[in-house]
Ligand binder design. Sequence first.
Ligand SMILES: Nc1ncnc2c1ncn2[C@@H]1O[C@H](COP(=O)(O)OP(=O)(O)O)[C@@H](O)[C@H]1O
Ligand SMILES: [Mg+2]
Length: 149
Amino acid sequence: MIKTTSSFQTKKIAKLLAREILGAKFLRKSALTLTLSGDLGAGKTTFVQGFLRGAGIRKKITSPTFTIVKSYKVKSYKDYKSIYHIDCYRIHKPKDILNMGIREILNNPENIVLIEWPERIGRILPKKVIAIKLKYGEKENERIISIKN
Ligand SMILES: Nc1ncnc2c1ncn2[C@@H]1O[C@H](COP(=O)(O)OP(=O)(O)O)[C@@H](O)[C@H]1O
Ligand SMILES: [Mg+2]
């Protein structure tokens, strides 16, 4: 468990995690998947922003609340080609996300996939994920982050 006291700190943790993940060699048959759970405003998108920056993405990063899926090309690391940021907040039927090609995205070992509101698409998720949970802390800008592999 990590306590952060600003969005900057949350991004920094995410950045470190991205570098750790991207820098290690993983032998995988499917995408490396990270789920982000937590209430609205807990910091899921903020965490993804830090992660993408840590992966060397320079492009402007906005929340995929309306587009559901956003993709970024990875240039600085050779084992991964793309990072997908998926927000399932608006997904009510698993079919909606299947129509967006999520299976292909999750099956490709050259992808990293970050999923907000994973509980909405429970049945489609791979068994092995890195589960990140964000909770509000006691003070205004405090957040408690847990990362389970
Ligand atoms: N410690 C913190 N970690 C992350 N975000 C924080 C923190 N403190 C304040 N915030 C603010 O909380 C909001 C989190 O929003 P966002 O990342 O979009 O949440 P979510 O995607 O979980 O709905 C942002 O406005 C961010 O600046
Ligand atoms: Mg969000």
